[in-house]
Design a protein around this ligand. Structure first.
Ligand code: AMP
Length: 648
């Protein structure tokens, strides 16, 4: 039987606190009973039914016990059924089942009614359990984040609520304590356990200038951290928000099933009424017999198993993958991921580490290598692009003091312009710089470097080309294995990049990607996604979310690399790989496909049971006990089948 909470989705604002509360009191019997309230009610109702049956030589006592069993076991469902009727004007399976139990009792079949209520309450409790399981990760997450922080002011520590901290404040984090804020380390070093936000269980070494995140756990060292984000804006707050949204959003198949449930329930009631009236009036049946047959019909034709086919499976799958650092923003994305035919990877930062390094500097116009690097780095220091960071890092390595550029402007997917010492500079890709003549000898070299996977950045001033800088990004170590696995799953893998074709192809070859779309602007990436969708069907796009946002939005399933902590990626994507761990991707696709298979099995099985029991009832071959057991048994089985995904 379906629990109402999976239908109108649970009030998740309430869940975490409640859940966290019960975890706090873990071990206390009262808390345990409270958490499993529904299960306890179901078991009590079962015990009373058993006692009533054993004591059936004392009719009054026995019936009193049955009544108690009905009340205890049916209370929860009855309140849900009545709420659905009053609030949504909807007849649901809860009402059908209660009606059937009452009908059975009215013709003296107390035991069958009791069994119906018992199994019905039990399956509801199991569904609630799935809900709880899927919010337990969230609850334990919430527990990790301290409510207060040690503010460091004028050489003293003061304990303050985290909400009161503003960016720029300094907080002290003691060894072993939870980190209360998103910030940058100003003093100290420590190994930080970031499992709560990345799913990665190994601690990460951090020291001055490294970023730390709220909700992670400090290791052995004490840290002085400068707050960079307010409490509501932390990465942690975003994740919590995401998981809540995911639980609230039922996939379309489930919403369809809900609409169906309303119509179906009314139809069943109408047929039951006909069965009750027509045979006695026209075919000379006994009223008693007609009532019995119509009650059996009501029980076996109810769509309980059908309605329970989807949500327990979906929630189990979502919660399993959340535990492994892969967040779904809702059940619909699980369904979509199962359908994916093509996975498109962004190159920089997704297939590669996204931390390129400068490999060569080739100056013209009489500049020296150092001078060229100095100019490039002074301009690029204001850009966020990984190439810019590589150039700035190289300058720092060489001990260069950078200037402050004027009129800085960035052109997404092309390059940057700025003024430096009265000269106007353009730094970026060749096409964008316009007709710049490379010396004959340099041309050959550039082609060779590109074929080796290097990206060439051009610098030009008013007099023309002033030099080129080559940078190289390395492939993520796990990329080739992940791509191989995707191919084994029958998925086509393509790469999209703004980089030059030669550079892109060299990396694609190393990664095992056959199809490469190179030299794309961010808007063109999203056009390619559209074309791929038309050609192959569902397309997943994996990107770092910053300049890939349009493509992520256009794809069937947008998957963001979240480990870098980029907010944008969390906002635009449907799925977030918290640890930048690409290997989760084939695993997630397999899980989504498995969920789809399980849901399909559930629906077929439920339908088969309903049809055969209805048929058997019309041919008079099924009695009420058998009908109850068959019907409720099938409901329990589909829920259990869905729960299998918790262990995947
Ligand atoms: P993207 O799509 O962002 O990877 O950019 C595509 C190409 O534009 C890069 O491969 C570079 O050649 C060029 N580009 C973009 N931004 C910059 C920058 N800040 N500095 C140098 N080149 C850039």
């Amino acid at each position: 039987m379906i629990a109402g909470n999976t239908r109108t989705s649970v009030d998740t604002n309430r869940l975490p606190a409640e859940q966290a509360g019960s975890l706090n009191q873990d071990g206390s019997l009262l808390a345990l009973l409270k958490r499993h309230q529904e299960g306890v009610a179901a078991m009590t109702s079962g015990a009373f039914t058993l006692a009533a049956w054993l004591l059936d030589q004392f009719p009054t006592l026995s019936i009193a016990l049955y009544l108690l069993a009905y009340l205890i076991g049916g209370y929860h469902k009855a309140s849900e059924g009545v709420a659905a009727l009053l609030e949504e004007r909807k007849i649901d399976v809860n009402l059908l089942m209660l009606l059937a139990a009452a009908g059975a009792a009215s013709i003296g079949y107390w035991l069958e009614g009791g069994i119906l209520i018992f199994i019905f309450a039990l399956s509801g409790a199991m569904e609630s359990y799935t809900m709880q399981r899927s919010s337990r990760d969230l609850a334990s997450l919430l527990q990790l984040k301290p409510e207060t922080a040690l503010l460091w002011e004028n050489g003293t520590e003061k304990r303050v609520p985290v909400e009161s901290l503003t960016p720029g404040a300094l907080v002290v984090v003691k060894p072993g304590a939870g980190i209360p804020v998103d910030g940058i380390i100003r003093e100290g070093r420590s190994a930080v356990n970031q499992a709560s936000i990345t799913g990665e269980s190994l601690p990460v070494e951090k020291t001055v200038d490294d970023e730390v995140f709220a909700g992670t756990i400090n290791g052995q060292g004490a840290l002085l951290v400068e707050v960079t984000r307010t409490n509501e804006a932390t990465l942690f707050a975003k994740i919590v928000q995401l998981v809540r949204e995911a639980q609230n959003e039922a996939p379309p198949s489930h919403r369809f099933m809900e609409r169906l449930e309303g119509i179906y329930a009314k139809t069943i009631l109408a047929i039951t009424a006909l069965l009750l009236v027509v045979p006695p009036l026209f075919f000379g049946w006994e009223w008693q017999q007609a009532l019995y047959r119509s009650m059996v019909f009501l029980v076996v034709a109810s769509p309980c198993a059908l309605v329970a086919s989807i949500m327990p499976a979906v929630l189990s799958a979502i919660s399993t993958s959340a535990r492994k650092g892969l967040l779904f923003k809702g059940g619909v994305h699980l369904e979509n991921l199962a359908k994916v035919k093509v996975v498109a990877f962004d190159k920089t930062g997704t297939l590669t580490k996204g931390r390129p390094v400068v490999t060569r500097i080739l100056p013209f116009q009489g500049y020296s290598e150092q001078e060229l690097l100095h100019i490039a780095a002074s301009i690029e220091r204001l850009s966020e692009h990984p190439i810019a960071q590589a150039i700035v890092e190289k300058a720092a390595e060489c001990g260069l003091q950078l200037e402050q550029p004027k009129q800085f402007q960035a052109f997404s997917g092309k390059g940057v312009t700025a003024e430096l010492a009265g000269e106007t500079w353009k730094v970026g890709k060749a096409e964008w710089l316009g007709q710049q003549h490379l010396p004959e000898t340099a041309m050959q070299q550039v082609a060779q470097w590109q074929a080796q996977g290097e990206t060439i950045v051009y610098l030009a001033n008013r007099s023309g080309l002033a030099g080129i800088i080559a940078v190289r990004d390395t492939l993520r170590a796990d990329a080739p294995a992940v791509i191989e696995k995707l191919k084994q799953l029958g998925i086509k893998v393509v790469m999209l990049t703004g980089d030059k074709r030669a550079t892109a192809e060299s990396l694609a070859q190393a990664a095992g990607v056959e199809e490469v779309y190179a030299e794309l602007l961010p808007a063109e990436k999203s056009d390619i996604i559209e074309q791929l969708k038309q050609r192959y069907g569902s397309v997943a796009m994996v990107g770092d979310g910053v300049n890939d946002a349009p493509a992520l939005a256009r794809s069937t399933v947008g998957i963001a690399m979240g480990g870098t902590g980029s907010d944008v990626s969390l906002d635009v994507a449907d799925l977030v790989l918290m640890n930048d761990d690409l290997a989760r991707l084939p695993a997630a696709i397999s899980l989504a496909r498995k969920a789809k298979r399980i849901i399909r099995q559930n629906i077929c099985f439920s339908l088969a049971v309903i049809l055969s029991l209805v048929y058997a009832n019309f041919s008079g071959e099924v009695n009420l006990p058998l009908g109850v057991v068959g019907h409720e048994g099938s409901t329990l089985l589909v829920i259990l089948n869905g729960l299998r995904l918790l262990r995947s």
